[in-house]
Design a protein around this ligand. Structure first.
Ligand SMILES: [Zn+2]
Ligand SMILES: [Zn+2]
Length: 257
């Protein structure tokens, strides 16, 4: 009888041991615990489930085009033509579909920070054009109350990992969330814009790092773009030269409210 390896058990043990076992056990796929060549990789089966966003996509918000948008003349989706976002170019690595959620939600809520190692390289690839012109990366901040309960800001982890790959410095505290905002789970786009307007500011101590700079804002997920627009407005108030956006995952056009 072949030796059965319980990869789920190994993955659980490894996480419980907080990385102590990493040197002893084979590296596992970040989403399914199948063995892989290097830590932070997907196995081939999981890689096949990732819906990467590739052209044609909206040049403004990074969303994969519907067939109707593809026929449009401006390189922007209908939502961006109607209400242009405050930021310039938006880029997203993958669709926030079932597999995208399986990647992002554990990073957000279950301390699975090793997922950053899988997401950062594909974000760096998807954002190549905005990263080559970037002076500084700034993560979308959490409010300090939420940071207390969650202990880390997943957008800040993604920003510094992407920055290391792209050779761009990160200003982890370049933006501050001055107002806690309700969860935006079921809000419409208009509600989202109203909720986050004025919720962000560049702290006085960071204005020098932002003024005159080409900033790339980094986040895990973009839904309506309301948060990114509110952050861009704060960065422009502080004198940013340009603001582009790079996210790990983009909510697909049909799910966007
Ligand atoms: Zn896998
Ligand atoms: Zn768009």
């Amino acid at each position: 009888m072949p030796l059965a390896i319980d990869h789920g058990l190994i993955g659980g043990l490894r996480r419980a041991a907080g990385g102590v076992l990493d040197a002893l056990l084979p590296p596992l796929c970040v989403t399914c615990d199948a063995p892989v060549g290097r830590p932070g990789e997907f196995c081939a089966a999981c890689f096949g489930q990732v819906t990467f966003i590739s052209r044609p996509f909206c040049e403004r918000c990074g969303i994969a085009f519907s067939s109707a948008d593809r026929a449009g003349p401006f390189g922007a989706c209908s939502a961006c033509r109607l209400h242009p976002p405050r930021f310039g170019r938006g880029r997203a690595a993958l669709e926030y579909d079932a597999f995208g959620r399986a990647l992002i939600l554990p990073l957000k809520h279950a301390d699975r920070t090793e997922l950053v190692g899988a997401l950062a390289p594909i974000m760096a690839r998807a954002g190549r054009d905005v990263l080559t012109t970037a002076d500084v990366l700034v993560p979308v901040p959490l409010h300090r109350w939420r940071l207390l309960t969650r202990r880390y800001n997943q957008a800040a982890l993604l920003a510094s990992a992407v920055g290391r790959i792209a050779g761009v410095p990160t200003a982890p505290d370049g933006l501050q969330r001055i107002r806690p905002t309700e969860s935006l789970g079921h809000a419409t786009a208009a509600e989202r814009h109203a909720t986050v307007a004025g919720a962000f500011v560049v702290p006085r101590s960071r204005c020098e790092a932002i003024a005159g700079r080409r900033v790339v804002l980094v986040d895990d997920v973009m839904t309506s773009g309301a948060t990114a627009s509110a952050c861009a407005a704060a960065l422009f108030d502080a004198g940013a030269h340009t603001v582009d956006v790079l996210v790990a995952a983009r909510v697909p056009i049909d799910d966007r409210m």
